[in-house]
Structure formats: structure tokens, C-alpha cells
Design a protein around this ligand. Structure first.
Ligand code: BG6
Length: 632
């Protein structure tokens, strides 16, 4: 995933840009580049493939690039292969795109997102004499801005807005114009971008951790807005080119929250931060023993009028929706549908104001979830967002917002945001049930007391992580893993399976246990790992019998269950016990061993492949030396 940074102020820009880019490395990239302006001199562009240190080496850690204004980018190839020519920044002038020194160009820019109609725009520009050096949609965007800038002899803001109405797709753009030294122009649609201010300096970034070291005072540039950024000052414009004012927001995250803090990987750190994320989220929603959702604006009247809930999300957030479905239906008696945002947005589901659409998202920026939210609003439903990033687009556009307090989540595979979302969904379910008089005050109190105990129980599971580490090392050669469960246990299985395949690259699938026999069971063979999630009393025997069917085909069985409740040790090869809690909240505990399993299996797999690589290298060295000795 690409990253954008920018700086304009009184200090040398390049070292700051490199440092900010390094804080976005976790997002993955294949090349990187910088463009720096020194007063009125032409922009110097430097690009490199591979890791950021190549770019740092090329620029003497940024020191070789003089100038106080610049933009930087880490690229994850979408249009065109990962190469220096395709790396950003891109320029409007005619050049080789090699990114080596001062470039005669009126516009220089970097871009995140995908421009869907770039072929059509490129043809238009080719007809007007533009020459292209790269395969990227970004070069098209930069040249289109240049085209309007020159054709209508207008300023950067108007040239950019003209371009914005022609572009289809998503983008966050940061551009510098030759005639406007010390200024950066930014625009965005459905791709995040923030602008930070500190004294006489301004920073740009596609994600908060990039600039947290420098400032906590940020503006979230709105969708379809342009920002004109100069040292310590920002002006915002709408699509008509009219100036608009935007609120300054303070980021309250601790800068350390975006560092690894002694853990080997961000994912492991965030797995360990889950008790705190859940505690913080619960404390923000339950005050003095009572649920307080007043900040969301969800009144009792609104809650009483809900006839249907549609939960819409992507990835793990969708799995939270799957779990919440069982809890809300069981406690509050409201029918719940759970939809993938990427499907929901293209469906014509009948809905009205009595339907509440809940969008769940860590980032609050996921394109399909945002599009689904907008579709829901267009259809006249009421919308609630469960979001982690304060001020994100989904949070701003939803009618009601319930924030999770997981802090910044750096690892791409979510863990602590998932857990915080589950906790928030559980509180919401209890609240809906109580307001609609489906549960008594006493039952609410009991459940809140159980929720409050979850963080400590999660911490207890984490204390026993070595057992899972051992099991992961034993199973790391497995080719196929099936996660099975029924009801809420099926929702947990979905998340366990995604964690496993997303990071270990081992094929895994989650199945509703009763569905396995309808064809898929033929894939179970000797050594296939089948993990049964067994936390629901009424369903556990049925899932165990499905596991036995797998065992008779040679499967190796692991079971996750609660201590003392269900006895599976005689039936399965490896059992993980988790503490007891109210069955509605089991997902919060059962998911932790599954996250650890995914994490340790991936680490073991990485070790295996580096050991294999080292062995093959040793072999090559051995044969080279051997041959050299024999060659006269
Ligand atoms: C995916 C991530 O790309 O996006 C998942 O790998 C995440 O971990 C999903 O759940 C949705 O993201 P968000 O920010 O909308 O919760």
C-alpha cells in the first residue's frame, strides 16, 4: 500500500521526508522517491526501487538534497511494474523518468489510489502532445493538472479542481508547482490524507504515524477538497474553488503507540495490547456501571424504532459483524443481516428509516465500506459507524459514531481493533436489549460485570502463549487448515482462518461445522489440521461429532474450549483451554489463541524459508568453491 509524505518549513526537507516515509514502511512498498524544492530552483527528483535505505543511500540520508519543501512516496505497484521509472514522484515535463536530479517540469506529484479512467485521459493528453515515460496512472494525473494549468492559465487550485471532476476512482494527491516555491497542493477522494501544523512548519501524510513525531495538530482534508499548504499555514477549497474552513484536530495517541516497543513485530505487540484496548473501549461506553452511549446520539426513541439491522464491513471487521449478529439477535431480538461492503454497495436491498446500517471499520477509510455507507444514506436509512480512527471519513459521514479506543493499529492484520470492535458491539447489543426491554436490569448488570472481567481473562490467555508457540512450530509444515464451529463459534472460526492465511500463507478455510459434510470434507486427508471452536454449550457436541468425521479421514485435531466445561481431551490431539465467560462474549477470548497461532506459524514459516534460503546459499558457495578448486 502506498504512502505519501510532505514537508514545507524552515528545515531541510529530505531527512524529514525520509524519516516520515520510514514510519509508513509497515504498509509495504516496492519503491520510493522524493522531490525537493530549494526556493525557486527546479525540483530535484530522486527515486529508488527496493527498501527505503536505497533511497537514503542515494541521497546521503537526505543531506544531498537541499531545499525546505518537498514530497515523498512509497509505492506499491498497481499500474506498471515496480521500477524506478514507475516510482513516484512523477513530473509533467518531458523526461526519462529516471529520477536523478533537477527536472524541468511545471508540476511534480505523488499519488495514492487508483484512477479508473486513466487510459481515456492518457489518450486525450497524447492528442495534446504530452509524452509519457511511465505506465502509471499517476503520471496521467500530474500531466492532466499541468494541461489545465496551462490551457486556462489558472492557479494550481483551479487546475486541480478541473482535474478532479475529470478523474474517476480514488486518489490522494500531493503536488508542487514550479511557480509556487515553498507550497504543496493536496487533493483527495476516498483515499486518506492529513495535514499537520507545528509553528512555522507544515507536514502532509497519508497516515498519522508518519508525522506523529513532529506534530499532533492535524487537519483531515475532506473528500473532494483541495488544500494549499505553506509553512505553518493551510487553506482549504471545495470543488468550486471556494475557500472553506476545516477544524484543527489534536491527535491524542502516544507517539510510542506507533513504535514496536521491544516486540519483534507490530502484530505481536498489538496482540498484547488487546486487554488495554478492550478496557479503554469498555470504559468509554460504560460509566459508573451504566451504559452511556449519549455521545453517539442514539436516543431511546431511535433504538425503539429499529426494525432491522444491517451490518456492513470488510475483512475482520465483517467477522466482528458476524459475531455481533448472534449476540444482537439473541439479546435484543432484532433481525440482523451481515453483508460484505464490497457486495452490499452493488445490491439493491430494500431498506428504510427503520433499518439501521452499522458500518464497522478500523481505519474508517476502507473504500468499499465508505461506499456502502453512502449507499445506505442515499436509501434513507439511519447509519451508525463503529470506527477506530477519530475524524476518519466514515466517522464523519455516518449519522452516529461509536468510537473504539484501540489506539493506532500498525500491523495490517488487525488484532486489537478487532477485539475493541467486538467489545463495542457487545455493549451495543446489551444496550439495545435493555432499552427494548428484552433483558432485565439485573441481567444487564451481570453481563456488564462479565465484560469488565474480559481484559484480565485475555491477559491470562496471553500468559500461556508458549504452548501455542510450541504447537505452531509442530504444525508449521501443514498445507491445509480448516477452522470449524457453529453459531458464534463459526464467526470466531472465520477470523481464525483469515489470520492464519493472511500472514502465514498457509491455505485455510473456515466452515460452519455442519456444512463441511456437503462436499468439502473430501479435502480432509491424513495430516490436515482441523481446529474446532467449542465455546457454545448447546452446539459443542455437534461440532465435536463433525471433528470426529474429520478424524476418521486422518485429520489432526485441535480444540478450543472452556476450562472444566467441556471435555474434549480424549477426542482431540491438542486442546487449548480459555477462561469461562458469558457465552455471548466468547469470541473475545477464543480469538486470542487463534491470533497467536497465526502469528507464530507465520514466524516459524519465515524462519523455515530463510533457513532453506541459507542452506541453498551454502550449497551454491560450496559448489562454486569446489568447482574453482578443480578448475586449472
Ligand atoms: C483488510 C485488513 O485489508 O482490511 C483487515 O487486512 C481489515 O485486517 C480490513 O479488517 C478492513 O479494514 P477496516 O480499516 O475497514 O477495518
Amino acid at each position: 500500500m502506498c504512502g505519501i509524505v510532505g514537508y514545507t518549513g524552515h528545515r531541510q526537507a529530505a531527512p524529514i521526508l525520509l524519516d516520515s516515509l520510514s514510519r509508513l514502511e509497515y504498509r509495504g512498498y516496492d519503491s520510493a522517491g522524493l522531490a525537493v524544492r530549494n526556493g525557486t530552483a527546479l525540483a530535484e527528483v530522486v527515486k529508488a526501487t527496493g527498501k527505503l535505505y536505497h533511497l537514503a543511500d542515494k541521497t546521503d540520508q537526505g543531506r544531498a538534497l537541499t531545499g525546505n519543501c518537498g514530497i515523498g512516496h512509497t509505492r506499491w505497484a498497481t499500474h506498471g511494474d515496480p521500477s524506478v521509472v514507475n516510482a513516484h514522484p512523477h513530473v509533467s515535463g518531458n523526461c526519462s523518468g529516471s529520477g536523478s536530479g533537477a527536472v524541468e517540469s511545471d508540476v511534480v506529484g505523488v499519488h495514492n489510489g487508483i484512477i479508473e479512467n486513466y487510459t481515456e485521459l492518457k489518450e486525450k493528453l497524447l492528442r495534446h502532445g504530452y509524452v509519457f515515460y511511465s505506465d502509471t496512472d499517476t503520471e496521467v494525473a500530474v500531466k492532466l493538472v499541468d494541461y489545465y494549468y496551462k490551457k486556462y492559465k489558472i492557479g494550481p487550485v483551479d487546475a486541480i479542481t478541473r482535474c478532479m471532476v475529470r478523474i474517476r476512482g480514488s486518489y490522494a494527491l500531493a503536488l508542487m508547482f514550479k511557480d509556487y516555491p515553498d507550497e504543496i497542493f493536496a487533493a483527495r477522494k476516498d483515499s486518506p490524507m492529513i495535514i499537520g501544523i507545528q509553528d512555522q512548519e507544515s507536514y502532509l501524510a497519508s497516515d498519522v504515524p508518519a508525522i506523529l513525531k513532529y506534530t499532533r495538530q492535524v487537519y483531515y482534508i475532506d473528500n473532494l477538497q483541495v488544500a494549499r499548504v505553506s509553512p505553518g499555514k493551510v487553506l482549504f477549497y471545495d470543488l468550486n474553488g471556494d475557500e472553506v474552513s476545516m477544524p484543527l484536530t489534536e491527535i491524542t495517541w502516544d507517539a510510542e503507540a506507533a513504535e514496536k516497543g521491544g516486540f519483534e513485530h507490530f502484530m505481536l505487540k498489538e496482540i498484547h495490547e488487546q486487554p488495554q484496548a478492550v478496557r479503554d473501549t469498555l470504559n468509554s461506553l460504560v460509566k459508573d456501571g451504566r451504559i452511556d452511549l449519549s455521545e453517539t446520539g442514539l436516543t431511546d426513541e431511535i433504538i425503539q424504532g429499529i426494525e432491522q439491522i444491517d451490518i456492513v464491513a470488510c475483512g475482520s471487521a465483517w467477522h466482528v459483524g458476524m459475531a455481533a449478529q448472534y449476540v444482537i439477535e439473541d439479546l435484543a431480538g432484532i433481525p440482523v443481516r451481515v453483508e460484505l461492503a464490497s457486495e452490499f454497495r452493488y445490491r439493491n436491498i430494500p431498506m428504510d428509516r427503520k433499518t439501521m446500517v452499522i458500518v464497522i471499520s478500523q481505519s474508517g477509510e476502507t473504500a468499499d465500506s465508505l461506499a456502502a455507507l453512502r449507499v445506505a444514506k442515499e436509501r434513507g436509512t439511519m447509519t451508525l459507524a463503529i470506527v477506530n480512527v477519530i475524524g476518519s471519513t466514515i466517522a464523519r459521514e455516518a449519522d452516529h459514531v461509536l468510537y473504539t479506543l484501540a489506539g493506532p493499529e500498525i500491523a495490517v492484520a488487525t488484532t486489537k481493533a478487532y477485539s475493541a470492535q467486538l467489545a463495542a458491539a457487545d455493549v451495543l447489543a446489551i444496550h439495545l436489549a435493555r432499552i427494548r426491554e428484552k433483558i432485565t436490569q439485573e441481567r444487564e448488570d451481570e453481563m456488564l460485570a462479565e465484560l469488565a472481567l474480559l481484559p484480565d481473562k485475555m491477559a491470562r490467555i496471553l500468559e500461556e502463549k508458549e504452548r501455542l508457540q510450541w504447537f505452531s512450530s509442530k504444525m508449521a509444515n501443514t498445507h491445509d487448515i480448516f477452522f470449524i464451529g457453529r453459531g458464534l463459534d463459526y464467526a470466531i472460526s472465520l477470523e481464525g482462518s483469515l489470520k492464519m492465511k493472511e500472514i502465514s500463507y498457509i491455505h485455510s478455510e473456515a466452515y460452519a461445522a455442519g456444512e463441511l459434510k456437503h462436499g468439502t470434507i473430501s479435502l480432509i486427508e491424513t495430516g490436515t489440521l482441523v481446529i474446532g471452536v467449542l465455546t457454545q454449550k448447546e452446539l459443542y457436541e455437534k461440532t465435536v461429532s463433525n471433528m470426529m468425521e474429520c478424524k476418521s479421514r486422518g485429520a489432526y485435531l485441535m480444540g478450543i474450549t472452556t476450562n472444566g466445561n467441556f471435555s474434549v481431551e480424549d477426542s482431540v490431539n491438542f486442546t487449548v483451554y480459555i477462561p469461562k465467560t458469558d457465552e455471548h462474549f466468547m469470541a473475545s477470548l477464543a480469538v486470542i489463541p487463534l491470533q497467536l497461532l497465526g502469528y507464530y506459524t507465520s514466524v516459524k514459516g519465515a524462519f523455515r524459508s530463510s533457513w532453506a534460503a541459507a542452506r541453498s546459499l551454502l550449497k551454491t558457495v560450496h559448489w562454486t568453491v569446489f568447482r574453482a578448486r578443480r578448475t586449472p
